[in-house]
Design a binder for this molecule. Structure first.
Ligand code: CP
Length: 291
């Protein structure tokens, strides 16, 4: 079983993953007693996804291998497929992979016979991030149906925006996007940030993905913050029960003001914590053993 994109899962299956993650949060114990090895293959930088998958595996009593792309045979021209096949032949039990190429997994799935968990493919999908976002929202509101969210920032280059827009709509949320027009995505319900901020339950901010741009951003950091950033004065305009989310890493005083990062509406570090429970649930699901 693979976890490549959320479209591959029914709504019931998604709710079951969230339920299992909640069980891990509430103390469920699973111990693979060192018999399973999880390989983390990150071909693109990561802190949260990489090390929360690693933490999740360790908490399940698995052992882990953390591939060092910069000191690997990639430098000698080895391909993605050959690298991944090599780890399969080592006898590892599951692969967590992040890569810059959209749908990189299509070149792997027919010939790799152990589970692949997609930790982010280019601008395409980030299923474990969306699941931890959903868990955070469900913990807050107890439901998805009828909630409103706005995702603000570099929508076009964001796998988080693409994954969340689709899954949140499927679960009955109304989802808007906002931010600089040059990063707008057609068909993604674009609105002006200041026209929607007082109407939504979730304000989700995104980092500008400079590493995926061919041209420099038009706005300076100060201009971006003024036009699209979540300042404390914008927070005052949010609904009383509304929450602030960000997949992180965040750029303080660009998309989010320094003093908003840990304000009482912010669930940003709770998202990070939920990431471990979601990844425990995903690893346990693909390892598929009753222990
Ligand atoms: N949210 C997220 O994917 O963060 P990392 O790039 O640090 O993994």
């Amino acid at each position: 079983m693979n976890v490549l994109k959320l479209e591959d899962f029914t709504t019931q299956e998604i709710n079951e993953i969230l339920d299992l993650a909640e069980e891990f949060k509430n103390g469920k114990k699973v111990d693979y007693q060192g018999k399973k090895i999880i390989a983390n293959l990150f071909f693109e930088p990561s802190t949260r996804t990489h090390y929360s998958f690693d933490t999740a595996a360790l908490r399940l009593g698995c052992r882990t291998q953390n591939f060092d792309a910069g000191n690997s045979s990639l430098k000698k021209g080895e391909t993605l497929y050959d690298t991944v096949k090599t780890f399969e032949m080592f006898g590892v039990d599951a692969l967590v992979i992040r890569h810059t190429e959209n749908e990189y997994y299509k070149q792997l799935v027919n010939n790799i016979h152990i589970p692949i968990l997609n930790a982010g493919d280019g601008t395409g999908n980030h299923p474990s991030q969306s699941l931890l976002d959903l868990l955070t929202i469900r913990q807050e509101f107890g439901k998805f149906q009828g909630l409103k969210a706005v995702i603000v920032g570099d929508i076009r280059h964001s796998r988080v925006a693409h994954t969340n827009f689709k899954i949140m709509q499927r679960l009955g949320m109304t989802v808007y996007t906002s931010g600089p027009l040059e990063y707008k995505e057609e068909g993604y319900n674009y609105v002006e940030f200041d026209d929607i901020i007082d109407k939504v339950d979730v304000v989700m901010l995104l980092r500008v993905q400079h590493e995926r741009h061919e041209e420099e951003m038009k706005e300076t950091k100060q201009q971006y913050h003024q036009q699209f950033g979540l300042s404390s004065s914008r927070v005052k305009g949010m609904k009383d029960q509304a929450i602030i989310m960000h997949p992180a890493p965040f750029n303080r005083n660009v998309e989010i003001a320094d003093d908003v990062v840990e304000c009482n509406k912010s669930r940003i570090f709770k998202q990070v914590q939920n990431g471990v429970y979601i990844r425990m649930a995903l690893l346990h699901m693909v390892l598929g053993e009753n222990v």
